[in-house]
Design a protein around this ligand. Structure first.
Ligand code: ATP
Length: 138
């Protein structure tokens, strides 16, 4: 079966680097499936779990924004932050989710920027919780 190199990089470190069979990411316009030989492209990513198929089975990674670059034999994901299931602190994510939900419930004086920030924090927390609780799939 054909493979390609996948690298997931954040400003801090290299999160993942392996030959993979396929991956699915949430692009700006919806889910994007990448198989070997995909046409080159660069597109922004949403905050969402990414699914990777490799010899190791199915792995999910919490990817928080950034970009995907598809080249001929290599795909690079540049994200603000990204975590493998084993790196996720579930309690911290649950606490961040509750905090964000509380902020979203406060109506009235709150300005739009705070609201957007809370929405993004909620998306990050929900993504982490999904990835952390899908450990069994690996
Ligand atoms: P929190 O409010 O808990 O800090 P956050 O969504 O604001 O969450 P980020 O700004 O996205 O956090 O991330 C800051 C750093 O902390 C990144 O390196 C990220 O990988 C790490 N991080 C955030 N939440 C978790 C978590 N639940 N488990 C493991 N690492 C996390």
């Amino acid at each position: 079966m054909n493979t390609f190199m996948l690298e997931i990089v954040t400003p801090d470190h290299l999160v993942y680097a392996k030959q993979v069979y396929s991956l699915t990411v949430r692009g700006a316009e919806g889910d994007l499936g990448i198989l070997p030989g995909h046409v080159p492209l660069v597109t922004p990513l949403q905050v969402a779990p990414m699914t990777i198929k490799s010899d190791a089975g199915v792995t999910t990674v919490a990817v928080h924004g950034g970009f995907i670059e598809v080249h001929k034999d290599k795909v690079t994901v540049l994200a603000e932050s990204a975590e493998l299931p084993s790196d996720i602190d579930l309690e911290r994510a649950e606490a961040a989710k509750e905090r964000a939900q509380r902020r979203l419930q406060v109506r009235g004086k709150q300005d739009e920027i705070d609201h957007r920030r809370a929405e993004l924090a909620l998306q990050r927390a929900v993504t982490r919780i999904k990835v952390s609780t899908s450990k069994g799939q690996q």
